[in-house]
Design a protein around this ligand. Sequence first.
Ligand SMILES: C=CC1=C(C)c2cc3[nH]c(cc4nc(cc5[nH]c(cc1n2)c(C)c5CCC(=O)O)C(CCC(=O)O)=C4C)c(C)c3C=C
Ligand SMILES: [Fe+2]
Ligand SMILES: [Fe+2]
Length: 351
Amino acid sequence: MSFSSYLPEPVDPEAFAAAPKRLPPGPVGLLFINLGTPDAPDTASIRRYLGEFLSDPRVVELPPWLWQLILRGAVLPFRPRKLAPRYAEIWMPGGSPLLVWSQAQVQAVQAALHAQGKPAVRAVLAMRYGRPSIEQAMQALRAHGCERILVVPMYPQYAASTTATAVDAVAKVAARLRNQPEMRFIKRFHHEPEYIAALAAQLERHWAEQGRGERVLLSFHGLPNDVVQAGDPYHRDCMETAQLLRKRLGVSSEVLQVSFQSRFGRQKWLEPYTEPTLAAWGAQGIRSVDVLCPGFLADCLETLEEIQMQCKDAFIKAGGQSFRYVPCLNDDPLWAQGFAAIVGRHIQGWG
Ligand SMILES: C=CC1=C(C)c2cc3[nH]c(cc4nc(cc5[nH]c(cc1n2)c(C)c5CCC(=O)O)C(CCC(=O)O)=C4C)c(C)c3C=C
Ligand SMILES: [Fe+2]
Ligand SMILES: [Fe+2]
């Protein structure tokens, strides 16, 4: 075989002219990704969900052989049974609140984009763990002819355990495709003016309806300290969101404070922890608090049960009088417009 057989064939201009026309690229696909939640508030469904979620090495960064022993031996046999009644208490007619509110938000963003004159977008929701899967959602976008996909992890603050693992999962599906779509990814939007404005409006509306508490607590989901020390920018993102919100509302760092909730396991996590902070405030004579969870775009177990029930009890038991939970942005129309604007900036040039 001669070496020249490796060289490209000379282009035959006639064959080139007869080549089929390139297909139009179809609508822009928006792939929104949230965490995932059990299919039903029962032990078996919760075990399946936690088994998948907590086996992700981006979520628990212990050596997998060691962590799998602990997970199978000490977590999965017990935790689902404890969680089942908690999920049952918050379950909605349409399913788990995280799924119901995430779906509603994605629909609202799509409607807002259409209203803003961008009819050629198709938004779908996927869950990183459980259903609807990222693979199903990408197939749906493909069926709609989307040759270009913007991936939108539904986490305003970047963390490897949430944002990066969503990106990894999309890449894993794409790795099996012959004809890949063109893809872009939103990393974070913790500082975007539309996000800060929607949070401020949510608090102001709540103040107008229920009066203003003496303090505001912004409770973010926690992370292990080690992860942040290893370079995860999550803590910085949370503090920046808080600072921008203070500025926007014109309140001091004494009135509006930050804490971290939902600790899991024995390591030290980001501090101050939410529940002890609220108990200390109650004991110090703070009578009323407004609690907002800006890291969660959709209400879920961690807000409706942990904050609105457990943390409320802790504050009242410690001497507090009025605990006001401010709901997540969910299907808020102002936020849908704002999210649509953020998305719109990321699909610029895609027509
Ligand atoms: C090591 C464990 C965990 C890390 C790291 C973690 C980070 C993290 N999680 C969210 C958002 C959510 N977490 C939710 C539930 C949840 N989280 C963990 C553990 C870690 N999270 C567990 C074990 C659970 C299940 C409930 C429990 O056992 O207490 C949820 C709610 C899901 C629902 O079904 O409603 C969300 C949302 C973020 C944003 C984050 C990192 C910044
Ligand atoms: Fe979590
Ligand atoms: Fe929790």
